[in-house]
Design a protein around this ligand. Structure first.
Ligand code: MG
Length: 450
């Protein structure tokens, strides 16, 4: 039931109120502590109804709960970690289209619970072993109104606000009608920036550019950055945990490139790391870490996998190629507003333009693609691909990662959330990248058709 990022579905279809309530009752039973559970939500049209169903479920398990207003996912997570909660449930479907919604379960530390704990909850649900409180033991309910302010203050305490304030940069934020509408622009203003927002109204229909920022749908952001002579632009996903950046010329970068810029800056402060990232991330991270004598821990793809590896290894830094950056001293989860503040600090201390700071990193060429593949066919497709690729250095951390030479690799993996096979390729040589990609995309198509 739990995918790469919690439970996802379409309300009224697979995510019915009955299912959500019963699942929340199972989650409430799993926690069963004395501290209340925080129930948060994003901007989706179905989120108010679903969060009430979650509330009903948790309270009927006998656990206490507090309801929060709309806030970015990382703000809810930080609230659980710092405001005395025993755990949390966030009603959100992150970057998925507006018809979707979902539930994300947080441990006491604000980080998504582990896969084992997810299975524990699934077992309680399937065997209907959840607690059914009677009228005397039913949970108590309250309101939590401090989430956004607590989040902004927490982020401000992690950066050199004075230094950012001195440089007073102009920043364009593409909120994507998502949950950062209530936090990131206010954080930017309090750090002394001039903030210009586009798609700045929280709206569950995501009428602007949709809830998922990709280099292909950020034209307005790039144009606005040039028109306003901004230092950079940033775009957030629907629940505000991911961020993609463009430089002062409107050039967009994937998360592993901006993430590597931050790793390079932050390893001066957090000597030795380690840095946690997924196997789909650019080798650039490895090169930057090596320069600082820091170790990289490569994980399976998924924000939870990065977060949990960070907790286990006490790593200060984590990143994903899709625009997730994790700053452990704040909270080891991906966080769009925290990342923005760190970029502001990095540029202010280096007294450099965004393009110059990014341009100083070694260059790699990348390609990413996705191919439709029914869920039930995924394992056969992967077996087919594996049988065809037995030579060379192979990394099976997640899917099949094949190193063709010291600086060229291709990764083939089934998506954990959608009926897709994802392909990632990287090389230090554009021609080599193109030919590698060409060969493997034919092979993937052949595997899906077979
Ligand atoms: Mg998200």
């Amino acid at each position: 039931m739990f995918g790469t990022n919690g439970i996802r579905g379409i309300p009224g279809k697979d995510l019915t109120l009955e299912f959500v309530t019963e699942m929340a009752q199972s989650i409430g039973s799993y926690f069963s502590g004395t501290q209340p559970i925080l129930i948060g939500r994003d901007v989706r049209n179905s989120s108010p109804a679903l969060s009430k169903a979650v509330l009903a479920g948790v309270l009927s398990s006998g656990s206490n709960a507090e309801e929060a207003e709309i806030a970015p996912t990382p703000a809810h997570q930080f609230a659980v970690r710092t405001l005395g909660y025993g755990g949390g449930i966030i009603v959100t479907a992150s970057h998925n289209p507006s018809q979707y919604n979902g539930m994300k379960v947080l441990g006491k530390d604000g980080v998504e619970i582990s896969r084992e704990n997810e299975r524990e909850i699934e077992l309680i649900y399937h065997e209907k072993k959840y607690k059914k409180a009677d009228w005397k033991s039913i949970g108590r309910c309250g309101k939590e109104t401090r989430v956004v302010e607590n989040y902004i203050k927490g982020i401000m305490s992690q950066v050199d606000a004075g230094k950012i304030n001195e440089s007073k940069p102009t920043v364009v934020m593409d909120i994507g009608n998502g949950a950062q509408a209530v936090a990131a622009p206010y954080l930017g203003e309090r750090l002394g920036c001039k903030i210009i927002t586009i798609n700045g109204q929280a709206d569950g229909n995501f009428p602007g550019r949709g809830p998922e920022p990709t280099p292909a749908n950020l034209n307005d952001l790039c144009e606005a950055v040039k028109v306003y002579h901004a230092a950079f632009g940033v775009a957030y996903d629907g629940d505000g945990d991911r961020s993609l950046f463009c430089d002062e010329n409107g050039e967009i970068y994937w998360g592993d490139r901006t993430g590597s810029l931050l790793v390079d800056f932050l390893l001066e402060k957090h000597r030795g790391g380690p840095v946690v990232t997924t196997v789909s991330t650019s080798q650039l991270v490895g090169i930057i870490a090596e320069k600082h004598n820091a170790k990289v821990i490569w994980t399976t793809v998924g924000a939870v996998d990065v977060s949990r590896a960070m907790v286990n290894s006490q790593a200060p830094l984590g990143l994903e190629e899709n625009g997730g950056f994790f700053y452990g001293p704040h909270i080891p989860v991906r966080d769009g507003a925290m990342t923005t503040a760190l970029i502001l600090e990095a540029l202010a201390s280096r007294k450099m333009s965004f393009s110059k700071a990014i341009g100083s990193l070694p260059m790699f060429f990348q390609k990413k693609a996705k191919y439709e593949c029914p869920n039930e066919k995924k394992s056969a497709v992967m077996k087919y691909l594996e049988a065809k690729n037995k030579e060379g250095k192979i990394d099976r951390t997640d899917g099949l990662k094949i190193w063709l030479d010291d600086h060229t690799w291709i990764l083939l993996r089934p998506s954990g959330t959608e009926p897709l096979i994802r392909v990632y390729a990287e090389s230090d040589d554009q021609e080599k990248l193109d030919s590698t990609y060409e060969t493997f995309q034919l092979l993937v198509k052949e595997a899906i058709a077979s």
